[in-house]
Design a protein around this ligand. Structure first.
Ligand code: FES
Length: 57
């Protein structure tokens, strides 16, 4: 499902990047994926997905 409609980023992309690059912060994620660069409405959900991935580490 799309999390960031402005940049067409999906939850799967976020999870894959978090796992592959061991991303631990939103800042780190945004260096790889263009999530949240426009309206910012997706930031909260992106953080939640990232937190879920971190909990699995
Ligand atoms: Fe992600 Fe707008 S929905 S920046």
């Amino acid at each position: 499902m799309y999390v960031c409609l402005c940049e067409a980023v999906t939850d799967k992309q976020i999870r894959n990047v978090a796992r592959k690059y061991q991303v631990t912060s939103l800042k780190g994620l945004r260096q790889i994926l263009p999530v949240g660069r426009e309206c910012g409405k997706c930031i909260r959900q992106t953080r939640e997905i990232l937190d879920e991935e971190l909990a699995l580490l």
